[in-house]
Design a protein around this ligand. Structure first.
Ligand SMILES: Cc1cc2nc3c(=O)[nH]c(=O)nc-3n(C[C@H](O)[C@H](O)[C@H](O)COP(=O)(O)OP(=O)(O)OC[C@H]3O[C@@H](n4cnc5c(N)ncnc54)[C@H](O)[C@@H]3O)c2cc1C
Length: 530
């Protein structure tokens, strides 16, 4: 990987990819595999975007931001031969544990019998309700899955007709009761869906956190029921809930190595300032230092608003496209806390396996909703909800023997907080640690070092601003045919040769690599057509 900004060789390429996050690297891998001469340009010093592993303190490593992988398809791993490039999975079979203060944790795993017993321990009706709920979810996932992993049908042509017919057949096959339930679900809030389905507070709290994690939404926000189903569909496309050996940075390092082995070039510390368009055709990009890269195809993994309006410029788009893109909703900030521990904290009533789970702290839907309401007001909730993982449980090399690292995502944390972050950071961290300590009282004694990334600090490191995880909220009005904006769901950004390949494009957020793969395929198909 070259980092020399003065290097001036071979500035003409078949395709340029902006951003060496996981989607940019997947796109580059597929384009290079198809024989294209590709360069990936990234402003950062290292590859990975939000999927990077780094030290918290010497000998303690953790995924700095994104920590779990659930939607990364086996197909991409195979196509790009990622195992040959060092990708190995520490686990792909994590259970989700909804933590209970009295130790009656709910376990959601591949072991159905245990799951039912732990759910029914809170409300006897909920064991049977879970079976019905999961049965329905499985049907909806089956309906949506082909739209996510193969991309949306194009607006016209034989393929579109076939896809539309398949969708109609699948809808018909669901039967009237399930179809009615699906149509009722789509605009519903996840709170309404879960209240209809369950009695227990803990199961509702955990599922509502899953539906809204990383989104600018609370359980009562309309459309979040669909978000839950959408997230489950993304998981079904992936290989199970887990993470690679070496953290999420190991995934992007394997992707970079694979892309380079296929012939792609990765150039770091190369911020793109402008995407050059002449007479409606993409010509290349200009870096901040003025260096020009020429190519008839440019794929951008930067958010669609910045790509179209700042890097290209509104004047190159039709007015309706400018209106749609400028209205993309991108909001919602998160904090990340990474801790080095001198041993495992003691969670009440945990079996060994549960330490390796995804631990959710969301005692009920009201707590999740209140954290969202506080965030909307620019305040920090007094009862943070969170997702906690102990990655060293499955991957002991992340910490010295017997020691561990803990990775905590705290959603609904405002970018700008009342009173300012300088004053608020310490009490915020204390509150988060005290909240985990309600379930694992000796946590405080085990902490050796820590790293706290507030939303502005995540922005400094990764450049997201207050734009949320997904370069566009994952709400129903911004998914499927509406992602990133009407008329752009097939990756073409509205200027010939320009494609969107980041999470802002279909099928959206998380470490799935699908926007990268599908956009590269779309670019290759369009090139053949022309
Ligand atoms: C705190 C946090 C936790 C998360 N946890 C999870 C999780 O556990 N699991 C999960 O699946 N998802 C998680 N996500 C979401 C996930 O990280 C993102 O959806 C995903 O990483 C986006 O990948 P990407 O390749 O599309 O974009 P990015 O990873 O954002 O990559 C974009 C790249 O573009 C580069 N770039 C930006 N501007 C320029 C420019 N002008 N010129 C050149 N390069 C530029 C950046 O440096 C970056 O490398 C989390 C997000 C956050 C913020």
């Amino acid at each position: 990987m070259s980092t020399d900004p003065l290097e001036q060789d071979a500035l003409q390429y078949d395709a340029i990819v902006i951003g060496a996050g996981h989607n940019g690297l997947v796109a580059a891998g597929y384009l290079a595999k198809a024989g294209k001469n590709v360069v990936v340009l990234d402003s950062a010093e290292v590859v990975g975007g939000a999927a990077q592993t780094a030290e918290i303190s010497p000998d303690y490593q953790v995924s700095t931001a994104a920590h779990l992988v659930s939607g990364f398809p086996r197909q991409i791993e195979k196509d790009l031969k990622l195992s040959k490039h060092g990708l190995a999975w520490a686990t792909k079979d994590m259970a989700t544990i909804a933590l209970d203060r009295d130790g009656k944790h709910i376990v959601l795993s591949s072991d159905r019998k245990t799951d039912l017993a732990t759910i029914a321990a809170h409300a006897s009706h909920d064991g049977d309700a879970w079976k019905v709920f999961e049965g329905r979810v499985a049907k909806y996932v089956k309906l949506l899955k082909p739209l996510l992993d193969r991309g949306l049908p194009t607006a016209s042509g034989e393929r579109a007709t076939r896809a539309a017919t398949m969708l109609a057949l699948r809808l018909e096959k669901m039967g009237p009761a399930d179809l009615r339930a699906f149509l009722q679900l789509v605009p519903s809030s996840v709170a309404a869906l879960l209240d209809r389905s369950f009695e227990g507070d803990l199961i509702k709290g955990a599922l509502s956190l899953q539906a809204t994690l990383g989104a600018h939404a609370g359980p009562n926000t309309p459309g979040t029921a669909f978000s839950l189903i959408y997230g489950r569909t993304q998981q079904a496309i992936g290989q199970g809930l887990g993470y690679p050996v070496g953290g999420t940075g190991a995934l992007t390092e394997a992707l970079a190595s694979a892309a380079e082995a296929l012939g792609a070039r990765i150039r770091l510390e190369s911020p793109v300032r402008e995407i050059i368009v002449e007479n409606g055709q993409t010509k290349g990009v200009r870096l901040a230092d003025g260096t020009l890269f020429e190519a008839p195809i440019v794929l951008s993994s930067i958010d669609p608003k910045t790509t179209c309006l700042d890097l290209v410029g509104a004047r190159h788009f039709e007015t309706p496209a400018v209106n749609h893109v400028s209205r993309i909703k991108m909001k919602g900030a998160t904090a990340k806390i990474n801790l080095a521990l001198e041993g495992l904290p003691t969670f009440e009533n945990f079996s060994d396996r549960e330490y390796g789970g995804r631990l959710l702290i969301a005692p009920d839907m009201g707590t999740v909703e209140r954290s969202f309401t506080a965030a909307k007001r620019g305040e920090l909730t007094l009862e943070p909800v969170m997702e906690v993982v102990i990655p060293s449980y499955h991957d002991p090399r992340l910490a010295p023997m017997g020691h561990h690292v803990m990775s905590v995502i705290v959603p609904n944390v405002p970018f700008e907080v009342e009173g300012g972050w300088e004053a608020q950071k310490e009490p915020f961290v204390k509150r988060v640690i005290d909240t985990i300590a309600e379930y694992a009282p000796d946590l405080g004694d085990k902490i050796i070092a820590g790293e706290v990334l507030t939303p502005p600090e995540l922005d400094d490191r990764f450049g997201w601003g207050n734009r949320g995880w997904h370069q566009g909220n994952m709400s129903f009005d911004q998914l499927l045919a509406f992602r990133p904006a009407p008329g752009m769901a097939n990756y073409e950004a509205g200027v010939s040769g320009l494609y969107l390949c980041g999470v802002g494009a279909h099928p959206g957020g998380g470490l799935t690599g699908l926007p990268g793969k599908l956009s590269a395929e779309a670019a290759l198909v369009a090139e053949k057509r022309s």
